[in-house]
Write a protein that binds this ligand. Structure first.
Ligand code: SAM
Length: 225
């Protein structure tokens, strides 16, 4: 199994592993494996797979759609979503989004690192930034959307109603807005989307990253595995 330059640098330059060292590896597609360093070089190397230690698994079919916020807070959202078992991350530009650009490659690397840190063998895809309106225009019929709206009346117990009316397994997505929340035009669009279930996370306005973790926790409590 050949190693990329970055992986070789990390294993042999940073971790100081040498030929014959044993380690655990995963590639996002074939579970986790015990492996041995067969060749160690500055710019590359190879690993010899020994035995599979964890079979490949897929997280539930849950997407997190979120408006990017400031860099460190967006990193936090990505990291926590990976830990919480999200299958796909969709950054979306909304009417009030402050960060109009993201480094998709950096966020994808961040997702990989988060998966490594928590022993997940699945690395979610981080999509390129898209406009919310474009994503909604093409929204899959079968995918339900938990639209977290701080302006929706009620308490978090309203979620029981959201989930009760959407019984059974099936793909879901959670939508979290930007620092400034959603515009009225976006709300109208979302309230009219048949797949959308408006969810309140309680009477307090949460920061975007807190809302993401709270919404994913509630979803996991009801549907997670
Ligand atoms: N200004 C703060 C910030 O910088 O993070 C608060 C932003 S809040 C408007 C961002 C998003 O979190 C909202 O658009 C919504 O999706 C979600 N959110 C926050 N509090 C919520 C609540 N009580 N119920 C439902 N969603 C909430």
């Amino acid at each position: 199994m050949p190693l990329s330059r970055e992986a070789a640098h990390y294993l042999f330059g940073v971790m100081r592993l040498g030929q014959g060292a044993e380690l655990s590896v995963f590639n996002g597609a074939d579970g986790e494996w015990d492996a041995r360093v067969a060749e160690a070089g500055k710019k590359g190397g190879t690993l010899e797979p020994l035995a599979q230690s964890v079979p490949q698994w897929l997280p539930p079919d849950l997407w997190l759609m979120f408006a990017p916020v400031k860099k460190a807070r967006t990193d936090f959202i990505v990291e926590k979503a990976v830990e919480m078992g999200v299958r796909r991350l969709l950054p979306v530009a909304t009417d009030f989004t402050n960060s109009e650009r993201i480094r998709q490659d950096r966020l994808q690397a961040h997702a990989r690192e988060a998966a490594e840190q928590c022993g997940a063998v699945f690395v979610p895809e981080v999509a390129e930034l898209s406009k919310l309106s474009a994503v909604l225009a093409d929204w899959p019929d079968a995918r339900r959307l938990m639209f977290c709206d701080e302006a929706a009346a009620g308490s978090s117990s309203a979620l029981a109603g959201v989930f009760a009316e959407a019984e059974g397994p099936g793909p879901w997505a959670v939508l979290i807005g930007p620092e400034g929340g959603f515009s009225e035009a976006e709300r109208t669009r979302l309230y009219g989307l048949p797949q959308a279930h408006v969810a309140t996370l309680g009477p307090r306005i949460l920061r975007a990253e807190t809302a993401a973790v709270a919404a994913l926790t509630l979803w996991q409590t009801r549907f997670g595995d």
